[in-house]
Design a protein. Structure first.
Length: 458
């Protein structure tokens, strides 16, 4: 019985040896991390070589299509299609198509062939340390892309591959867009001054054409335009508590604005839009003349305009000759230099009654003399501030009733949106488009009016 059992055991052992001898040798990393196959055995393909779950052996083998483990060095020559683990330091080869783990840097200083870039990278790709061959960027990176080393040889001027991680926008952290800085008010004013000069040339061209126009030749639509000029003034609202409140308590002229538009356009409707679109340039012109205006809140600024001819005749010329004209006006009314508004008004009314035409019926010579004097009395009264028709301010009252083109404060609704370019500024002039330019006044002019305003408040 013992001999029978011994023979059975020997037969079983022999069968096991035969089956083991017939088993094919492993050609790469074993499924469970064992060593390579027996020496001398013919290599055969491992049916499970395409899936690697744990760390593999050191023997080189074709790279798995899916790698869930941590392949040890050296790396296989063929790249895995998907790598979910962390690739260890090894000579770089073709990069996986999808990388879900962190690709470590190669510590070796020896030159290595440049690996191909992964199509998708979900982890942080670190910088290459000492490697002279640059690693190409992944086509899409879902993690934070590491910066290449300074000596990597990568041309920084060439754009990197698009990234969905920390290095670019997409599924990871969104990269900040690099926006061009907005132009400063000074830059806007400089550009508007250049446009003002161009429109000024068009104004001279239209004047020349009007002088030479002696026939009825049809006008080219591109030349059917007009150029008008205005003086723009600013002031601060009564509730403004800024340091500039006293200096700008009344209107202060700050700039000239010219407007080029079609002859068919209604300039009175365009002017509020032109002022609203150019408010930054207008304010900058005022700030350059009177710097305290920079401390005023922009919501407290009011705007007004008048044709430049009206400004020149009633405001600018009077700025330098007002003293002499005031003395003449006091003499015409027969009042002293210290007369108040009530006394001036009483004297004006009395003289107008004395010089009324009804008092000179039948006396043509006397009536003519009385009429001439009546005109001088009325002009003197207006010069001294009377007869302004209920002007809203001292500045608006300059020139009396003869000054009718001053707009006074423009409605903020008509100016809105403030500082925004209008569609008409981009349309051709012949298609109801328009152009506007701004040029600062002489600083001494604006400063003269702010000084008057401060003295009036004292």
């Amino acid at each position: 019985q013992q001999r029978k059992m011994q023979k059975a055991d020997e037969a079983t052992l022999q069968q096991r040896k035969m089956r083991k001898a017939k088993r094919p040798a492993a050609s790469g990393a074993s499924l469970l991390g064992g060593a390579a196959g027996a020496a001398g055995a013919a290599p055969a393909a491992n049916p499970f070589a395409n899936v690697q779950l744990v760390a593999g052996g050191a023997a080189p083998a074709p790279a798995p299509i899916f790698s869930f483990g941590k392949p040890a060095a050296p790396a296989p020559a063929g790249a895995s299609a998907f790598a979910l683990g962390t690739s260890s330091a090894a000579p770089p080869a073709a990069a996986p198509t999808f990388t879900f783990g962190a690709m470590a840097a190669a510590p070796s200083s020896a030159p290595a062939p440049a690996p191909a870039a992964p199509a998708f990278g979900f982890a942080a790709a670190s910088s290459s340390n000492g490697s002279t061959a640059p690693a190409p960027a992944a086509a899409f990176t879902f993690g934070a892309g590491g910066a290449p080393a300074d000596d990597s040889g990568v041309d920084a001027s060439k754009p990197a591959a698009p990234s969905f991680g920390g290095g670019g926008g997409g599924f990871g952290q969104k990269a900040a867009d690099v926006a061009a800085p907005a132009p400063t008010p000074a830059e806007l004013l400089k550009k508007s001054m250049e446009l003002y000069d161009e429109i000024k040339k068009d104004l001279r061209a239209t004047v020349s054409d009007d002088d030479d126009d002696a026939d009825d030749t049809p006008v080219d639509p591109a030349d059917d335009y007009s150029v008008t000029e205005y003086v723009v003034t600013v002031r601060l609202t009564a509730d403004c508590a800024s340091e500039a409140a006293d200096a700008f308590s009344d209107w202060v002229p700050v700039c000239i604005m010219n407007l080029k538009s079609s002859n068919r356009a209604d300039t009175r409707q365009l002017l509020p839009q032109a002022v609203g679109a150019s408010c930054k340039e207008i304010l900058e012109a005022g700030c350059q003349s009177v710097t305290v205006l920079r401390k005023a809140p922009r919501t407290s600024v009011e705007y007004a305009y008048e044709p430049i001819d009206s400004y020149n005749s009633h405001v600018y010329e009077g700025l330098f000759s007002r003293g002499d004209r005031r003395a003449e006006a006091l003499e015409a009314l027969g009042v002293g230099a210290g007369a108040d508004a009530a006394e001036v008004k009483r004297r004006h009314r009395k003289l107008m009654m004395e010089l009324h035409p009804d008092r000179f019926v039948g006396d043509e010579e006397g009536a003519a003399a009385a009429n001439e004097r009546m005109i001088r009395v009325q002009q003197a009264y207006e010069e001294l501030g009377g007869g302004t028709g209920g002007a809203s301010s001292a500045y608006a009252g300059i020139g009396g009733k003869a000054r009718v083109d001053f707009s006074d404060a423009l409605d903020k609704g008509a100016l809105s949106p403030l500082g925004k370019r209008r569609i008409g500024q981009d349309l051709p002039v012949e298609l109801e488009g328009w152009r506007v330019g701004v040029f600062p006044l002489e600083p001494s002019v604006s400063q003269e009016f702010t000084l008057r305003n401060v003295m009036a408040k004292a």
